[in-house]
Ligand binder design. Sequence first.
Ligand code: R1P
Ligand code: URA
Length: 291
Amino acid sequence: MQRIQESELIINKRGAVYHLDLRPEELAHTIITVGDPDRVAVVSKHFDRIEHKRSHREFISHTGVLGKKRLTVISTGIGPDNIDIVMNELDALVNIDLINRTIKPQLTPLNIIRVGTSGALQADIPTDSFVVSTHGLGIDNLLNFYRYEENEEEKQLLQSFVTQTQLNHRISQPYICGSSAHLIKHFVNNFHHGITVTCPGFYGPQGRILRLGLSNPHLIDRLTQFTFGPHRITNFEMETSSIYGLGKLLGHHCLSISAIVANRVTKQFSSDSQAAIEQLIKKTLDEISEW
Ligand code: R1P
Ligand code: URA
């Protein structure tokens, strides 16, 4: 079995993966990811007990127990570049023998659920409502660095997306990945469902104009107007497609759920975004407890 070299997978003196500073026994197999490091405690305050707390850079993690479930909540910080680190290191914790530095013969799937915030791209999805991402459509480019291929339905959706949005190659080579059927079935009532576009930034890449002109000023309208059969784009944010794409390649079950804090069509912003995210956390934990 090929040994993974020290420079490729960095293990610190604690025997923990480098960025997350987690050892295998400090990770549960159901994981909630949040962007904001302060949101970790907002999730773990619902746990019956916390077994491990780790903190390195923007990656704060709490592992504990809620009812019969062992859970880890971890912050990713913002953006797909951080997701590359988080997904690879979470996977290494369960699927690579960190002592022998070899891939384990029996692979372990993780449940990975992002609980984040997002901007709505449809007028009928109000602020403070919740969206479950049926697909992550990435204009962030991360998956283009891996050998990733869409299935037939995804390929058709993507082709239609490129045609309808006229997204040019200098901006992005988009990719798309569906959510886990295993997880999404638990999040139906009181959630909007739709395609989430993942952007490599918050301002220009999400069509926000402050002092700079945009190369594609029609981006928001084109995303809002996109349709493919029953599918439409509901929202955008900065992590979902990278989680879905890497999760699929690595064999994990992934779902992304967002509290809508901004509506980019009606131009409204939540009057209490903290309350909305707290409510989403509570609903998500209630669902997870029932599996
Ligand atoms: C931008 O403000 C951040 O908010 C959204 C975006 O994906 C991006 O990370 O999610 P979080 O609230 O989970 O960080
Ligand atoms: N997060 C984003 O990435 N965009 C928004 O508009 C709101 C939250």
